[in-house]
Ligand binder design. Structure first.
Ligand SMILES: [Zn+2]
Length: 411
């Protein structure tokens, strides 16, 4: 077998194996804590809620393990056999051209989309449904999936065509131009999302008056200028509560889920908004954008170099070469470093969450933040007894017990 193929397959198997071992640790931690509600949550979380969270946590782990193994198998089949097969079939009908590369990419994308659809359907319509979180009908699920695929094709198709064109027309520095173009796209993305994409999936209305006044007051206290307060009909799809800020400068919007507004007290909602303001205060959003742009530079520099190496395609045993295969396989190799970057990214994100919590505590006090987090943990059936190693690898947010302990500690 070709050497790069062997290396990537071995690496993928080891990586999935390590993640499955972590899953076992997490399952053991959940089972170990299933006997009684942890003392810090005894007032707010009933034994019945706790049992529900244990069952949900274990179900999610089982689903995650099955998905991980199927992903591994599908990835190996694609590398060993699928990419070359599709390239061979398409190349027999279309001569070398950007159109040929696009058709190869489209076939691969459609096949992988169709293979992953049953798993996504199971997660929403069976797993989330069984635990009472899902509110999507099969029809709405299918509509969402089709609409998201259509958007990916409409947005991703021209971007890929542009990259393939740049690879051929600009030779060496194509990746630098691609980086510049994608950076502009990243800067425009929030505006496009707010104006064109999000309204396809949800309805946005001005925030209900009784909440708007206290939040305006909070914004004034923190010197935050917003382009509007909105509530979103998230309850159409799921019972989970959340809030997000999107955009830059004075046009940034604050969006609160109706599920959050319905299930929380005004004090708790203020605490959630204060936490989000903490991210802005500490410039986490801006820094995240700059890190994304820097990451893209590194990724494209690596892909730009790898895609032109004469050993790349033979290293994967490809007999029907095409520029889009060079691009895909260069991404596969460059992506091999993603677990390490993922670990670092999660560690940084957890630090930011603690900083945003501390900011919220300064603005509204510890009590509303603690009760908002506790209620969210209860309503979302988050595990209250996580395994620290599992959390280290997977969690972008610190587990709620740690956040609550930190808030109370510093009070
Ligand atoms: Zn946060």
């Amino acid at each position: 077998m070709p050497f790069l193929l062997v290396a990537v397959v071995v690496w993928s198997v080891l990586r999935t194996g390590a993640l499955l071992l972590l899953d076992r640790r997490q399952a053991a931690a959940i089972r170990g804590g299933s006997g009684a509600v942890p003392a810090a949550f005894a007032d707010a979380v009933s034994p019945a809620d706790h049992r529900k969270a244990v069952a949900y946590g274990l179900d999610r782990l089982r689903f995650g393990a099955v998905s991980a193994v199927l992903d591994l198998v599908a990835g190996i089949v694609a590398l060993v056999w699928g990419l070359d097969l599709v390239s061979g079939i398409v190349s027999a009908r279309i001569g070398p051209s950007i159109s040929r590369s696009l058709v190869i990419a489209a076939v691969l994308w459609l096949v992988s989309g169709l293979l992953s659809l049953p798993l996504a359907a199971w997660r929403t319509l069976v797993l989330e449904q069984r635990h009472g979180f899902n509110r999507r009908s099969p029809a709405l699920f299918l509509r969402d999936s089709l609409l998201a695929s259509l958007l990916t094709a409409v947005i991703g198709g021209p971007i890929l065509a542009g990259i393939l064109w740049a690879m051929q027309a600009l030779h060496g520095p194509w990746w630098l131009w691609t980086w510049a173009a994608l950076t502009v796209a990243m800067l425009l993305a929030p505006t496009i999302h707010v104006r064109l994409v999000a309204p396809l999936f949800n309805r946005f209305i001005p925030l209900r008056a009784e909440m708007a006044a206290p939040i305006e007051a909070l914004l004034a206290r923190t010197g935050f200028r917003s382009g509007g307060l909105f509530e979103m009909d998230a309850s159409r799809r799921s019972s989970r509560g959340n809030a997000y800020f999107i955009g830059f400068g004075p046009t940034k919007r604050i969006v609160l889920f109706d599920t959050l507004l319905d299930a929380h007290t005004p004090d708790e909602i203020q605490a959630v908004v204060a936490h989000e303001l903490g991210h802005f205060h500490h410039r986490h959003t801006l820094n995240g954008l700059l890190r994304g742009i820097a990451f893209l530079f590194g990724l494209l520099a690596a892909v730009g170099w790898l895609a032109h190496q004469s050993w790349l395609l033979p290293g994967f045993g490809i007999r029907h070469p095409d520029p889009v295969l060079s691009l895909i396989l260069a991404m596969v190799l460059a992506g091999a470093s993603s677990p390490i970057l993922g670990l670092a990214g999660n560690a940084l994100s957890r630090r930011h969450e603690f900083q945003a919590d501390a900011f919220a505590r300064r603005m509204v006090g510890a009590a509303p933040m603690v009760s908002a987090l506790t209620r969210l943990a209860r309503d979302n059936a988050s595990t209250l007894t996580p395994d620290p190693w599992f959390s280290l690898v997977h969690d972008s947010h610190p587990p709620v017990p740690l956040r609550v302990a930190r808030l109370l500690d510093a009070a």
